[in-house]
Design a protein around this ligand. Structure first.
Ligand SMILES: Cc1cc2nc3c(=O)[nH]c(=O)nc-3n(C[C@H](O)[C@H](O)[C@H](O)COP(=O)(O)OP(=O)(O)OC[C@H]3O[C@@H](n4cnc5c(N)ncnc54)[C@H](O)[C@@H]3O)c2cc1C
Length: 355
């Protein structure tokens, strides 16, 4: 996370997502815990005040090993082995079930807002005319779809499609693995275990009662579609070290492992905005924060399309594709000002007529 944007941007991500969920009645269904908190725990030589642990952030509670176990009994066995150094609890952090949320949101979009989704199409190429203007989207069945505005949001595959329009987007797939097991005695909040970078999320919604354990970042080319079996095994082995009592937490024998590709940018920030091809916009590169940042990104994109991307203030400077050009644009003082961020309640409203 870029320090210049830091906790305030995370807060804005959460606020926008929570607002959408509340307005559309999805919070309970998707098991969203806006203030469910996150406990980060340091193992071995990692000291709680050391690298990777947030220091003295307002509202974050520092905990010693005993306090960690009091807050989260799942760490009792590791503490008995003497390997826990301490932790931090961030009550303002949040978690939820992104699959249930996105499916339910798609239903709302179809029924309430008349949005049409077509999950069956496969895009082969973006067609551009001689004046660098979007002509249409070519599908693998040969059809050409045309539109007023084209937004490319294809995750780790974004660069493969963008390059067909002559646009270079520096995103690469960073594969991550997740072990999912039915819950027996799930943790009380989301957990992070350092230095293993294991992210643990209890998921108890109307549709599931599981614990998800995510980890690893493996750079893999887009043609490599198969997961690495050694990493799948390693995730299980690491979890048994981190939680020697994991059989009490989950039904270990019913576990399964899934993998996905995080759309990783070189600086870890999103890409939201126009390209050099007229009519073609990008909303991608969300790295490890695609769920958390989805609603905020969509609103910044909508705001940019309606009011111009400069109206996104400092976010335009951080998220523009132009930041990756060899000769970067000169940023105006306004776009460099970290306080210049659009008010969340104003995002997307048509302000073109306002003085
Ligand atoms: C293990 C793991 C754990 C994670 N944990 C978190 C977390 O805790 N919090 C969080 O916020 N984020 C997390 N992330 C990151 C998050 O999953 C991503 O940032 C997010 O999925 C990116 O969303 P996206 O819509 O941009 O891309 P994707 O979800 O990858 O969607 C892209 C879509 O484009 C489609 N597509 C691509 N090419 C074409 C084509 N040619 N034609 C038609 N369709 C195409 C794909 O089929 C896909 O449906 C995690 C990721 C992983 C792998």
């Amino acid at each position: 996370m870029n320090n210049a944007l830091g906790p305030r941007m995370v807060h804005e991500h959460k606020q926008t997502l929570t607002k959408v969920a509340e307005e559309e009645g999805l919070s309970k269904l998707a098991d969203l815990h806006p203030d469910g908190g996150r406990l980060t725990v340091a193992y071995h030589i990692y000291h709680q005040s050391g690298f990777g642990m947030r220091k003295d952030v307002k509202g974050v509670q520092r905990l010693n090993a005993e306090q960690v176990v009091t807050r989260e009994p799942a760490f009792a066995a590791a503490h008995a082995d003497g390997i826990i150094r301490g932790g931090q609890f961030a009550p303002m952090d949040s978690y939820g079930d992104c699959q249930t949320f996105t499916k339910a949101l798609a239903d709302v979009c179809e029924t309430k807002y008349d949005v049409q989704f077509d999950y069956s199409v496969n895009v082969s190429k973006l067609e551009v005319d001689r004046s660098s203007k979007m002509k249409g989207v070519k599908l693998t069945d040969g059809q050409l779809l045309t539109a007023d505005v084209y937004v490319l949001a294809a995750g780790a595959d974004t660069p493969n499609l963008a390059i067909t329009a002559g646009v270079h987007v520096p995103i690469t797939g960073m594969r991550g693995y997740k072990l999912i097991a039915p819950a027996k005695k799930p943790p009380r909040s989301a957990l992070v275990v350092k230095p293993y970078e294991i992210y643990v999320t209890p998921m108890k919604s109307e549709v599931r009662d599981e614990v998800h354990f995510a980890g690893f970042g493996e750079f893999a080319p887009s043609w490599d579609k198969e997961p690495t079996p050694e990493l799948e095994d390693r995730l299980g082995n690491v979890l048994r070290v981190v939680f020697p009592n994991i059989d009490e937490m989950v039904d270990w024998n019913k576990r399964h492992v899934v993998f996905g590709r995080r759309p990783q940018t070189p600086d870890g920030e999103f890409v939201i905005g126009p390209t050099r091809v007229s009519g073609l916009y990008i909303n991608s590169g969300h790295c490890s924060y695609g769920f958390r940042g989805a609603a905020h990104s969509a609103q910044l994109l909508a705001n940019g399309l309606v009011n111009g991307f400069e109206s996104n203030g400092v976010y335009q400077r951080f998220f523009t594709l132009a930041r990756f050009q060899p000769l970067r644009p000169q940023w105006s003082q306004e776009l460099n000002n970290p306080l210049n961020r659009p008010d969340l309640s104003e995002l997307g409203k048509d302000r073109r007529g306002a003085s």
